[in-house]
Design a protein around this ligand. Sequence first.
Ligand SMILES: [Mg+2]
Length: 235
Amino acid sequence: MSGGLILLFDVDDTLLDFAKSERRSIILTLRRFGLPETEEIVAAYSEINLACWKLLEDNKITRKQLDRLRFDILFERFGITGADSVAAGACYRKELSSSAYVIRGCRAMLARLAATDRLFIVTNGAEATQLKRLKKAGLDGFFEKIFYSETVGYAKPYRQFFDFVEAEIDGWDRSRAVLIGDSLTSDIAGAAGAGITSVWFNRFGADRGSARPDFEARGYAELEEILSKLRRKTG
Ligand SMILES: [Mg+2]
């Protein structure tokens, strides 16, 4: 496949609309446990969840601890007593694993890219959850291999995660590899540490702060333009 790239795609908020899935899952979990479904609680959960994921990225907690910790914090903040955070965590994860909304234009883009490039997934999600969601979205068939941090034993941005990915991809060629992701701390920092070209998928026009992605795409059209240029460059 002359000129083809090795594309490493993040999943949430790069291919799938995570915010939409998260919102649906937390509302269904609150309902199931008879808790108030207020906008305030939903927003707080989203913020707590993000903070907990940062702890996981820093290897300060395990994936299993994350499941209950976010509900421990949420229940404490809103003075909810007597609710089982382990059961709530399991319920949320079950709802999330059955929820997948493809970002508009994603499937068509992947179909075009698959004609020239080799496609892989690099995700910090759990295998059971992410595979189910990718299948539900009808995206799993585009990818040669899917790498889950839970299975690898390290999360993005850790170098060990990327060492594993490089070792597991036949014909790995770093000069043809491109990582596409929305997270500056896990995707872009991870790619930089591993010497892999990065495209920051910045759908909402966020500020990049001090991060230095190699490229930035505001949508799939821009992403495809960048990849076309890289394909010509690598020949
Ligand atoms: Mg993401």
